[in-house]
Ligand binder design. Structure first.
Ligand code: SAH
Ligand code: SF4
Length: 346
C-alpha cells in the first residue's frame, strides 16, 4: 500500500476533492512542515483524518526500540508489510539531530566486515518506507528539530537507485533539506555515481573506500572486483566536476589491515587527487569478521599521518555501540541475540 508521504501536492489535492481548498495547506503543513502524525493534524476534522489514516496506514511497525548514550541514540527495528525488518537510528548531537535510514532490507554487497552484508539481502524498500523512517524519527526527535538525514543504515542506496533519488528529492522539495543535510553513502557503484551526479540533487556523497589498493579492497568490498579503484576514481571525478561538491571517503580502521603506514601512502594521493575529505571510523566488531578495529591511539596516528600528507581527515565518533546501532552493525538477525535496553516493543 502506498504511503501518504509519496504523494505530491497535486496528488494530495485530488485526494481532497470536495473539501475546502485550505485543507490542502493544512494537510501539507501537518505532514511536511510540522512533521506530525496524520492523526495529530488537529486543524483537519477528525472524520477526514480517520479516512486518510484508513487509506494510508503506516508502512512501518515498531518491532523493537532501544536507547543508548543516555538516551541520545535510539534505534528502532521496523517490520515492513512483507514481513522483513529494517533498522533506523536517531542520534542527537550538540549541533544537529541526525537520522540514519535504511535503503534496503539487508544488503547483497557482501562486504566482509559489515553485519548487514553478513546477513544478506532480503528486499528493496520503496520510497514511502524510506520517508516514513525519516518522519517517524522527526516525531520522536521533537521538540528537537531533525536536521540531517544520512543513508547509512542497512543496504546500498545506489542499488535501489530510483527509491533513493525519489526519497532525496522529496526530502529536499517537501521538507526543505539541502546538500549539507542530506548524505548518501555508497560502497562505490561507479555507473550509479555518474548517473546520480547528473540528477542535480542537493546532496553530499560519501564513498566507503576502506582500502586504496585493489588487492585489499577486493577482500573487504567484493564490488571492487567489478568496479576497481581506477574505475571508482573516474566516477568520483565526474561527481566532483558535475556537482562541484566535495565528496568524502569513509574508512573503517581495521587493525593491521588498512591502518598501516603503507595504507596512508596509498590513500593520501587517491584522496588528494579528488580533493576528498576522509572520515575515519574505528571498525565496529561484528560476529562474522574476527579482525579487530584499530586502537584509539592508532586511529589518532592514522589521522595525523594523513594530515601530514595533506589530507583533510577527521575521526568520526561512533554512536550506539552498546545497542549495535553504529554504522555497519545494523543486522536484525544478529542483533536479536545481543543484549540491549528495551524501551518499548510491540
Ligand atoms: N551500503 C552503503 C551504506 C550503508 S553502510 C555503504 O557501504 O556505504 C554505512 C557505512 O558503515 C559504510 O561506510 C560502511 O562501510 C560502514 N561500515 C560497515 N560495517 C562497518 C563496521 N563493522 N564498522 C564500521 N563501519 C562499518
Ligand atoms: Fe552493504 Fe554497505 Fe554493508 Fe557493504 S558496507 S555490505 S554495501 S551495507
Amino acid at each position: 500500500m502506498a504511503s501518504i508521504y509519496e504523494y505530491s501536492r497535486e496528488e494530495l489535492a485530488s485526494l481532497l476533492a470536495g473539501e475546502p481548498r485550505y485543507r490542502l495547506d493544512q494537510l501539507w503543513q501537518g505532514l511536511w512542515v510540522d512533521g506530525v502524525a496524520l492523526e495529530a493534524i488537529t486543524t483537519i476534522p477528525k472524520s477526514l483524518r480517520t479516512r486518510l489514516r484508513n487509506q494510508f496506514p503506516p508502512s512501518l511497525e515498531v518491532a523493537n526500540d532501544v536507547a543508548s548514550d543516555h538516551g541520545s541514540t535510539r534505534k528502532w527495528v521496523f517490520r515492513l508489510e512483507n514481513g522483513s525488518t529494517i533498522e533506523t537510528v536517531l542520534m542527537h548531537y550538540d549541533d544537529r539531530v541526525t537520522v540514519c535510514v535504511s535503503s534496503q532490507a539487508g544488503c547483497a554487497m557482501g562486504c566482509t566486515f559489515c553485519a548487514t552484508g553478513q546477513a544478506g539481502f532480503s528486499g528493496q524498500l520503496n520510497v514511502g518506507e524510506v520517508l516514513e523512517q525519516v518522519m517517524f524519527a522527526t516525531r520522536e526527535a521533537a521538540p528537537a528539530r531533525l536536521s540531517n538525514v544520512v543513508f547509512m543504515g542497512m543496504g546500498e542506496p545506489l542499488a535501489n537507485y530510483h527509491v533513493t533519488v525519489g526519497a532525496v528529492r522529496r526530502l529536499h522539495e517537501y521538507r526543505g533539506l539541502s546538500a549539507r543535510h542530506l548524505t548518501v553513502s555508497t560502497v562505490g557503484v561507479a555507473p550509479a555515481i555518474e548517473r546520480l551526479a547528473k540528477e542535480g540533487l542537493p546532496l553530499t556523497l560519501a564513498v566507503s573506500l576502506h582500502a586504496a589498493n585493489n588487492e585489499t579492497r577486493d577482500e573487504l568490498v567484493p564490488l571492487n572486483r567489478r568496479y576497481p579503484l581506477e574505475r571508482l576514481h573516474a566516477a568520483c571525478s565526474t561527481w566532483l566536476e558535475t556537482t562541484g561538491r566535495r565528496l568524502s571517503f569513509e574508512w573503517a580502521l581495521i587493525d593491521g589491515v588498512n591502518d598501516t603506514d603503507q595504507a596512508m601512502d596509498e590513500l593520501a594521493p587517491y584522496a588528494n587527487s579528488l580533493d576528498a575529505h576522509v572520515n575515519l571510523i574505528p571498525l565496529n566488531p561484528t560476529p562474522g569478521y574476527l579482525v579487530r578495529g584499530s586502537s584509539a591511539r592508532r586511529v589518532a596516528e592514522f589521522r595525523d599521518g594523513l594530515q601530514r600528507r595533506g589530507v583533510n581527515a577527521t575521526v568520526r565518533n561512533t554512536r550506539g555501540r552498546s545497542i549495535a546501532a553504529a554504522c555497519g552493525q545494523l543486522a536484525t538477525v544478529t542483533n536479536a541475540k545481543r543484549r540491549s535496553i528495551p524501551v518499548r516493543s510491540s
